[in-house]
Design a protein around this ligand. Structure first.
Ligand SMILES: N[C@@H](CCC(=O)N[C@@H](CS)C(=O)NCC(=O)O)C(=O)O
Length: 245
């Protein structure tokens, strides 16, 4: 049994989709990041970085539970556990891991910063907004060119790289971004949206973001701000217990 520590955000939806695609037995443990659920000390024993998603795989093969954090590492762990959506060796594996890393180290963080400066920061952040929206646009052009050459991001087969990229595109559509200028990306997006596992995840109310997660302009109260970006967020890391304490 796998516990998925989950907030209703694209990074966590990646893992919900992978678990649904593979049929691995799991349960979802919900967190509200605005309320600071991710900052409790016990969660630091599962993810020392206090971010979601994280998984605990209980007694795999009768051994101690395995803790995995960072969405890319979790996708790779689940692919190896299930033997699906990641070739076991060779060039095709390297291609999947290249695109997976491109998402977790590039598209994801840049999209996150663009979203932060557009949605959360006070007005007057023109330089930051331009820097991140331009780089996001460049990365989406890379994706578009790739998807105009192959049906899935890493070639002919659907893989954990597609699962890493898809939820962020879905979230941007919910927030009003159109895929009209990216036709190959739009076709890929619709093809994946029709997959039964993806449909099941997207139809589950407990996995969907509540309205306040998807507002185009966020007005956080002081406590929410502190939980996400301020002292409460930073202090959780400093007071994290160690396994021996
Ligand atoms: N690089 C991490 C990013 C994780 C992340 O930033 N998660 C967000 C939700 S999408 C979170 O936990 N935010 C709460 C916070 O910033 O305290 C991954 O890919 O898993």
């Amino acid at each position: 049994m796998i516990d998925l520590h989950y907030a209703p955000t694209p990074n966590c939806q990646k893992i919900a989709i992978m678990l649904e695609e593979t049929g691995l037995a799991h349960r979802v443990l919900p967190y509200d990041i605005f309320e600071g659920d991710q900052l409790v000390p016990e969660f630091g024993l599962i993810n020392p970085n206090h971010r979601l998603p994280a998984i605990v795989d209980h007694a795999p093969g009768g051994r101690d539970p395995v803790h995995v954090f960072e969405s890319g590492a979790i996708l790779q762990y689940l692919a190896e556990k299930s033997g699906r959506f990641l070739p076991i060796s060779g060039p095709s594996r390297a291609t999947v891991l290249s695109w997976l890393t491109w998402q977790v180290a590039g598209l994801g963080p840049i999209g996150g910063q663009a979203s932060h400066f557009l949605r959360y920061a006070p007005p007057g952040q023109d330089y930051a907004v331009q820097r991140y929206t331009r780089e996001l646009d460049r990365l989406l052009t890379v994706l578009e060119r790739q998807l105009s050459e192959s049906p899935y991001v890493a070639g002919d087969a659907y893989s954990i790289a597609d699962m890493a990229i898809w939820p962020g595109r879905a979230a941007s559509i919910v927030m009003g971004m159109s895929l009209d200028q990216w036709p190959a990306t739009r076709h890929w997006f619709e093809r994946i949206k029709r997959r039964p596992a993806v449909r099941r995840v997207m139809a589950r109310p407990d996995l969907a973001p509540p309205e306040h997660y998807t507002r185009r302009h966020q007005a956080l109260d002081d406590r929410q701000w502190s939980n996400l970006f301020g002292d409460a967020n930073r202090e959780a890391v400093a007071r994290r217990p160690t396994r021996s304490s």
